[in-house]
Design a protein around this ligand. Structure first.
Ligand code: PGA
Length: 237
């Protein structure tokens, strides 16, 4: 079964979350992981869902105002965390912290969804593979002792595809996924799952489902409406 990650980002308020939980009740299989804003993680956990945080602090505990420790998140039951999302790399300089955060997560038995992806200029200049390799090396090189084929999951998210409605062609997506897998295999002897993220929606899911190298999805905007999200996940094998 493919892994489906619902990344709400900084969306949905208290009443929306209550409604969301009502709508999806008894309709979601165990291959779906919810990444609501941290405030609402408990609501999903208490209703029996698998949960993950959208981020963790680069420190385990202490004086970091506004951050949340992986230990605290673990206490409320997260099994996953997203690390290196392009929005965090852009707004919070997360390029600097990706390897530290991965180390903290994996050492505390929290699985990591590592986001990698090129921007439009890099895509147009055919720099995609260079960017992806660098982001993979930055994340993995110092953490080989804690990474295994199950606890690190790659999410390939072209930045130009996030929230834009555009997605790569099937040839490009397939080629890029295979390049990621081959690189991890030859350099690190790892066989990791590679999810696709970036404008996954009800209109393109059947197209994406034909691409064999996709092991699951990281879904932002299209996960926010519970009825539509249910229709979407019902189309995923
Ligand atoms: P999107 O976001 O599905 O809204 O494009 C995906 C993501 O940023 O994880």
């Amino acid at each position: 079964m493919k892994l489906i990650c619902a990344n709400f980002k900084m969306n949905l308020r208290n009443s929306d979350i209550k409604n969301y939980l009502n709508v999806i009740k008894d309709k979601v299989k165990e291959n779906v992981v919810f990444f609501p804003t941290s405030l609402y993680l408990k609501d999903f956990k208490e209703n029996g869902y698998t949960i993950g945080s959208q981020n963790i602090s680069f420190k385990d505990m202490g004086s970091v105002t506004g951050d949340i420790s992986v230990l605290q998140l673990k206490d409320i039951g997260i099994d996953y965390t997203i690390i290196g999302h392009s929005e965090r790399r852009e707004f919070f300089n997360d390029n600097l912290y990706v390897d530290k955060k991965i180390n903290l997560a994996l050492n505390n038995d929290v699985k990591v969804i590592l986001c990698i992806g090129e921007n439009l200029e890099e895509f147009e200049n055919k720099k995609t593979l260079d960017i992806l390799k660098k982001e993979l090396d930055d994340a993995i090189e110092n953490n080989l002792d804690v990474i295994n084929n199950d606890n690190l999951i790659i999410a390939y998210e072209p930045i130009w595809a996030i929230g834009t409605g555009k997605i790569p062609t099937s040839d490009i997506l397939n080629k890029t996924n295979l390049e990621i897998k081959n690189y991890l295999n030859s350099k690190y002897d790892l066989s990791l799952r590679v999810l696709y993220g970036g404008s996954v929606n009800l209109e393109n899911i059947e197209f994406l489902e034909k691409i064999n190298s996709i092991d699951g999805y990281l879904i932002g905007g299209a996960s926010l409406n519970p009825e539509k999200f249910l229709s979407l996940i019902n189309k995923v094998n």
